[in-house]
Design a protein around this ligand. Structure first.
Ligand SMILES: C[S@@+](CC[C@H](N)C(=O)[O-])C[C@H]1O[C@@H](n2cnc3c(N)ncnc32)[C@H](O)[C@@H]1O
Ligand code: SF4
Ligand code: SF4
Length: 375
């Protein structure tokens, strides 16, 4: 099981695309006290394989070094997403002494400093982050450490034309992986319109990245480029067109058994569930109604196993697993990868009649004539 943990609400950047509600809406609250965090991590023993720390900016979190050391001692694998701007000598010393540090992701969206600073909403952000990234790469090399150092890039309208150059730049820098996400749309209105890509633009950029990925495969660097986006039909289509062996499984994280903790310590089966406005989640499957009542569960008052055994979690997992087995939309009936697709139950509750636009696009445009013979 993996825990995604927004370990602090604080951030020194102001990224225009940031999905984090606390940053977006400037919601004030205090982070959970360190003692409670540590107590809860200790209760994860035997249940949790990995904690992925996010935020806010994790390196701004009070006592983050102590939290990392506790996680490490519990034998839990550590992943960190950072904007890379705050890496003190003391922090680096902590990092290099961890046995279970799997990777650090630097969120640097582009090689172009002007575009990056526009995306980050701060002056000099890019320069500092890149300089810290170089420093950490150097130290890792000198100490012969094995943890992975990666770049995470969000693709928006503002940097979409710089993606291929950014891949080549990342290779020269010496990072192990560059991962892409297409900007998710938590924001409404004009701000998001300047960032969002149309379905056609998304497919176009993903195809460009795949062509680049093929070149890296030929150089023996199969895993250098990673794309965290899309339903299985997208990958099925890409596999067909480019012959790359992508895993086309789409798991809703709650099906895959992960949990999400926000900076206040509230814990949910996934981050979407935490922001979902309905208190009663209900979906009707094969005429039978499944209902989940959201509860406010805070890590301050629970152990990890108590959380998993709560009615909220147990019912949510049942809901997610049941939805995963159901073919939700009409187009899914003829989809060649329908058995491998596991839907987000919350998407279905929110938009029962709205099939995924990307699947519709691929079926109508890319597989127009071929679709019938593929299934
Ligand atoms: C919310 S940040 C928190 C950790 C840290 N502050 C950072 O920037 O890496 C986690 C990751 O989500 C990405 N992200 C933020 N908003 C996004 C959005 N709307 N769509 C896709 N990815 C987003 C960030 O670029 C970063 O890689
Ligand atoms: S640095 Fe991370 S948490 Fe901070 S605003 Fe940017 S994406 Fe959000
Ligand atoms: S068409 Fe349906 S089953 Fe196929 S990938 Fe899209 S959502 Fe999944």
């Amino acid at each position: 099981m993996i825990v995604y943990w927004d370990i602090t609400k604080d951030c020194n950047f102001n990224c225009i695309y940031c999905y984090n509600k606390y940053i977006r809406e400037n919601i004030l609250h205090s982070d959970v006290p360190t003692e409670q965090v540590i107590r809860f991590i200790k209760s994860m023993n035997g249940y949790v394989d990995t904690i992925h720390f996010l935020g806010g900016e994790p390196f701004l979190r009070k006592n983050f070094d102590k939290i990392l050391e506790t996680t490490d001692k519990e034998g839990i694998s550590i992943r960190i997403a950072t904007n890379g701007s705050i890496l003190t000598d003391k922090t680096i010393d902590t990092l290099v002494h961890l046995d279970n540090l799997e990777f650090i992701d630097f969120s640097i969206d582009t090689l172009n400093e002007t575009t990056a600073n526009r995306l980050f909403g701060v002056k000099n952000g890019w320069k500092i982050s890149v300089s810290n990234l170089r420093r950490l790469l150097e130290i890792r090399k000198n100490l012969n450490k094995k943890f992975s150092i990666q770049i995470e890039a969000v693709i928006t309208k503002l940097n979409v034309d710089q993606i291929i150059d950014t891949i080549r730049w990342a290779e020269k820098l010496g990072v192990d992986v560059i991962s892409f996400q297409i900007v998710k749309s938590p924001l409404k209105g004009p701000r998001m319109e300047t960032l969002s890509l149309s379905v056609k633009e998304k497919i176009k950029i993903v195809e460009k990245i795949i062509k680049e990925k093929k070149k890296f495969r030929d150089k023996g660097k199969d895993n250098f480029i990673n794309i965290n986006w899309g339903l299985p039909l997208v990958f099925y289509y890409l596999n067909n067109k480019f012959g790359l062996p992508f895993d086309d499984k789409k798991f809703c994280p709650a099906v895959k058994d992960s949990v999400y903790i926000n900076s206040e310590g509230d814990i949910h089966p996934c981050s979407y569930a935490s922001e979902f406005s309905e208190e009663e989640l209900e979906v009707i499957i094969f005429g039978k109604s499944f209902k989940v009542t959201k509860e406010k569960i805070n890590i301050k008052h629970y152990t990890f196993s108590e959380v998993l055994n709560s009615n909220y979690f147990r019912n949510f997992y049942t809901l997610a697993h049941t939805v995963a087995e159901r073919r939700a939309y009409e187009i899914c009936d003829t989809c060649p990868v329908r058995d491998r697709c596991e839907f987000c139950p919350l998407d279905i509750i929110k938009r029962p009649d709205k099939e995924p636009s990307i699947c519709r696009y691929i079926i109508s445009n890319e597989f127009k004539n071929k679709f019938a013979e593929l299934i």
